[in-house]
Structure formats: structure tokens, C-alpha cells
Design a protein around this ligand. Structure first.
Ligand code: FES
Length: 144
């Protein structure tokens, strides 16, 4: 059996939503403590809906495929819907990742959460900090 699914290879070879957004409403930059790779995600948000999303990465193919898929999953969704997306959802949508690459998908989930937290912080929006605990206690190695 191939190590990577066709969906993973497609998102790796043709990643969706690569780039940055000028004047983004939320920017999340996280690092993977296991390998040192970095993910940066930009959000455009209007009326509580994610209208555009882009990402830049210094990361492996699995991180690129995971974040590409994640951007497709959250575009057009509400903030709450985006916050509900887990790395497991992303891995499932990719048709799976090898066990030793599962940690790469965490960058996708954490960068979404970090960008939404940044949006809340910039706009003085109250939120439940326990929902962003990983980003606040340094486990996800935020770079910003
Ligand atoms: Fe670093 Fe995949 S090896 S994110």
C-alpha cells in the first residue's frame, strides 16, 4: 500500500490557498516542537464568517497537505465551525496519514486556532481562554 493517499499527494503537489493576506484580520503562527517546522495562517473574517484563508509554511509535505485541506474545510465557515475542526478531521479528510506523520497535521489545527485567537485579541472580543490553552502555555511553540 502506498504510504500516502492520492488526496495527500494532490494537496501536497497542488496546495490550495498558499500565500499571505494583506491586512488579515487574524494571523496564527505556530511551530511543531517535534521537528521545528513552522506554519503561518492568515484569515479574512466578515460577519463572523471566514471569507478567505491563506497559509505559508516552512514544513514537510504532510504539513502542507494537512493545512491545504484545512483551509478548504474552513473557508466559508463560521468561526465556531472552524474552531471545531480538529487535526483528526483533517487527517480523515485526507484519507489518512502514516502514524509517524500524524503530528504534522497538528500544525494545521493549531494555526487555525492561533489565527482566531489573534482575531479575538486584536478586536477585544471576549473568549473562553481554556479553549486556546495549548497556544497560551507554549506547548505549540507559538512564534509570535
Ligand atoms: Fe515537521 Fe511534518 S515533519 S511538520
Amino acid at each position: 500500500m502506498a504510504l500516502y493517499t492520492e488526496t495527500v499527494m494532490d494537496h501536497f503537489m497542488n496546495p490550495r490557498n498558499v500565500g499571505s493576506i494583506e491586512n488579515a484580520e487574524g494571523v496564527g503562527e505556530v511551530g511543531n516542537a517535534k521537528c521545528g517546522d513552522i506554519m503561518k495562517l492568515y484569515l479574512k473574517i466578515g460577519d463572523g464568517v471566514i471569507t478567505d484563508v491563506r497559509f505559508e509554511t516552512f514544513g514537510c509535505g504532510s504539513a502542507i497537505a494537512s493545512t491545504s485541506m484545512a483551509t478548504e474545510m474552513i473557508k466559508g465557515k463560521t468561526i465556531e465551525e472552524a474552531l471545531a475542526v480538529t487535526n483528526k478531521d483533517v487527517v480523515d479528510a485526507l484519507g489518512g496519514l502514516p502514524a509517524h506523520k500524524l503530528h504534522c497535521s497538528v500544525l494545521a489545527e493549531e494555526s487555525i486556532r492561533a489565527a482566531i485567537k489573534d482575531y479575538y485579541d486584536r478586536n477585544g472580543i471576549e473568549y473562553d481562554h481554556s479553549r486556546f490553552r495549548e497556544a497560551e502555555d507554549g506547548e505549540s511553540c507559538p512564534m509570535v
